[in-house]
Each structure stands twice: as C-alpha cells, then as structure tokens.
Design a protein around this ligand. Sequence first.
Ligand code: ATP
Ligand code: MG
Length: 428
Amino acid sequence: MSATVPGDAGASSVPAGAGASTHSTESSIVSDLAPDLPVLLPGTATLGVMGGGQLARMFAHSAQQLGFRVAVLDPDATSPAGSIAHEHVRSAYLDAAGLARLADMAQAITTEFENVPAAALSQLAERRPVAPGAAAVAVCQDRAAEKAHFVACGVPCAPHAVITNAVDLAAVPDALLPGILKTARLGYDGKGQQRVANRAELAAAWQALGEVQCVLEARLALAGELSVIVARGRDGATVHLPVQHNLHRDGILAVTTVPAPNTSDVLQTQAVDAATRIATRLGYVGVMCVEFFVLADGSLVANEMAPRPHNSGHYSIDACDVSQFDLQVRAMAGLPLTAPRLHSSAVMLNLLGDLWFAAGDLVDGKAMATEPDWAQVLALPGAHLHLYGKAEARPGRKMGHLTLTAATPQQARETALRAVALLGLPAF
Ligand code: ATP
Ligand code: MG
C-alpha cells in the first residue's frame, strides 16, 4: 500500500499545536488478519525471522523455550541471532533464493526491523503467513505515512511538514522552526536526523541528508517520553505491556523505568488506548511499540511506531510473566495472547559500546575495548544482564542491556543507580 503525501501538499502549512498534520492523506486500512490459518503448536514447527540482530536473538530465546525451531535470515555471518538459531540463511534481504530457503524452512515468518524491504515480506507472504504483514510494515517504514496514520486514528502527533522537493522546502511554515529534520525512511537511533534552528540550517541539513524525502517536525519541549507495547492476535484481540517511561540520550534510548514514574492513570490509559487504536486500524498482527512524547501541559503526542518488539520493552523478559518476545511468538503462531502481568518493578539500562572504552585503555595509541566488570554488577540484587554476543564493541552500538528488578519502584531505582555508578554511566 502507499499512504504517502500527495505531491502538491507536501509542505502545506501547519496549524499551531501538537496534533496538527500538514497533509490530509488518509492512511489506508490494511489487514493482516487471517483467523482461519492453522495454529502452530509449540514443539511442532519452525519460526522464521527476517534480521539477525538482538531483537531476533531474544525472539529466538522465547521461541526455543516453547520448543519451536528458529530460522534466521541475515547476511551477516556473525549476527547475534544467526549464531543461536537452528538455521541461518545468509543472504541479502531481497535475494529471491534466500527468501525461498527461509520459506522452505519456516511455517510462519516475522521481522525484527522495519527496514526490511516490503518486497521481501510480500514474496514470503506468497508462501507463508507473515506477521506483521508487508502493508503494515510499509506504513511504519515511512515517517510521512506513519504520521498520516496517527492522524487517521485520532492520535495527535508533532506539527510537521513533508519535504520532497525545493518548493516544499521553501514553503515550510515558520512555526516548525526550530525543528528536527528526519529522513522519511531508514532512520533509527537518532540516525538520519538533524536539529535545525532556522531556514539556512534547514536547507543545509536537507542537502546533507541527500535531498531525500524528509519530515520536518517542530522541536517540542518534552516533559517526558513514554512508550506502549501492544500485541494483536490473528483474531483481532489485543493485550499490552505496562506503560514504559523512557529517557533518551543523543537520540538513543538510555533508561526505561516501569511502572512509569509520575504518570497519571488517565495518561497511561490514553497511551494504551492510542496504541491499541493504531494497531487495530492497521489490521495488525504481531507486536507493535508506539513511542509518545509528554508535553509540558500533560498532553500526549505520538512520536513513532515500530512494527516489532522494542528496546523499551526488554525489561518485560525479567519483570513480566509474558515478555514482548513471548507475545511475538504467540501472535505469529496463532497461539493465545495473555495480558502480561508486571510482577516486579524494573529499570532497564542500555549498554552501549562506549562502556567498553570507559577504562581509556590504549594500545599503540589506539583505544582498546575492555570488557566491563560484570561480576560487580551481577552482585547487585535483581540484576539481569543480557549481552547480545556482538564480537566488536563500537561507540553507540547496542551491546546489551541490564535490567534491575525489585519489589518496589524505589528499590529498583536505587539498585539501578548503584549499577550506573559501578559502570561509570551517567546518573538519571
Ligand atoms: P529510535 O530508532 O531509537 O526510536 P529514531 O531515530 O527513530 O529513534 P526518533 O524516535 O524520531 O528517532 O527521535 C529520537 C529521540 O529524539 C526521541 O525519542 C526524542 O527524545 C527526540 N526527539 C525526536 N523528535 C523530537 C521532537 N519533534 N521534539 C523534541 N524531541 C524530539
Ligand atoms: Mg524513536
């Protein structure tokens, strides 16, 4: 499907206030629902996943716990999931032979990232159930389509304009500056975006981003950030994880806290309702995360959605009785989804590659990676360390995460603060 912006409406003006959209494109309602497909029983099938990163690795852990075999398609010979899966198809995402091999092996297929080409998912869907489907993933791949979908769902998003050409660029309303220019496609972890203060910076940023289609968003004053993970089954029933509170640094998630501190029940309900509407209107099957901004007046603005489990849901492995990855397995296999129960308070800390260089060790004048002292961290009560098996640490690279669980939110926070002190991470 396409839900892109009509060429003549790319940068039309934006009424003030969050929730305004610059374009009137209605997102089409697409549907992945297929209630008549046979259920894949645990122990009897192979589940396939497009992508072999940490999300696919944690998906594989959940699938394997239920006795499913797992097949991963990823071009990287040393991918985190490929190294633990039963089968690893090493091919490009659009390689027809590789996709055919995955479809030969796996009775159902999912994805761990939204940038998998829609054409690949469509090819797989000719042979096997694919959840989420290509059409839903296509909406999540494109910030312009994504925002149009939020608006169609009655969910406010940041004031923005779509920039496709120089005319759109010139027509950007003043109200969007200072703003953040984001490529419409292929951005993640703050990549593919630039903060711009004025028109000159905007023009330079658009050029630096290769003059590809972009979305310019007004830079909002954030009181906080939340996210909600929903799972929707083949029968259309939805369940959700508790609302997560997120702290980002340099555009990358740093800390997730659950229960979300200082977040009213009303706001939490609004976030869950919005995320559920967003998934339902897409006819979505699988796990989806919707990220929100909380503004100073307490209102909620949708930022973006991910058609897969999300970094902000990793705590659910250790703090909930059903994790986001368990839900991904159940949804694609047609198994029942049960509402996750948070049995522990949790704080999740992302472990970026920078940590490996914190000791400042040099060899021949070059920075050398040193494994952090995990033994100290594991001495903390309720510490759950997850390392993704990546061979090389690089600054900004997600190497693992640490979840601290406890009986109360205060205890989880206190232990997390001890962990950040031990690791030399900034306090939060
Ligand atoms: P990820 O893949 O980690 O979700 P991303 O590259 O898709 O990130 P965004 O989610 O668009 O990027 O932005 C990353 C962070 O930058 C947000 O979580 C928020 O902290 C900040 N940010 C993004 N857009 C805005 C905005 N319009 N106003 C204020 N802050 C913003
Ligand atoms: Mg984001």
